[in-house]
Design a protein around this ligand. Sequence first.
Ligand code: SF4
Length: 64
Amino acid sequence: MGKVVYIDTDECIGCESCCEIAPEVFQFDQGSGKAQVYNPDGAPEDKIQEAIDTCPVQCIHWED
Ligand code: SF4
């Protein structure tokens, strides 16, 4: 098993940037107004890393 991505939803501001970069992994949850991890294996690591790097509040993390 590799590392698994997760969102600290307390910090998420719902900008949807991660959902646009990797929609296979992150989806916007209308109910909470925040992003959620839909499928952690939905995209290659570098794509997920790109989403992590562009999150304006840096609330997406890897869990080993
Ligand atoms: S990029 Fe960050 S702040 Fe924006 S929706 Fe995704 S997790 Fe939330």
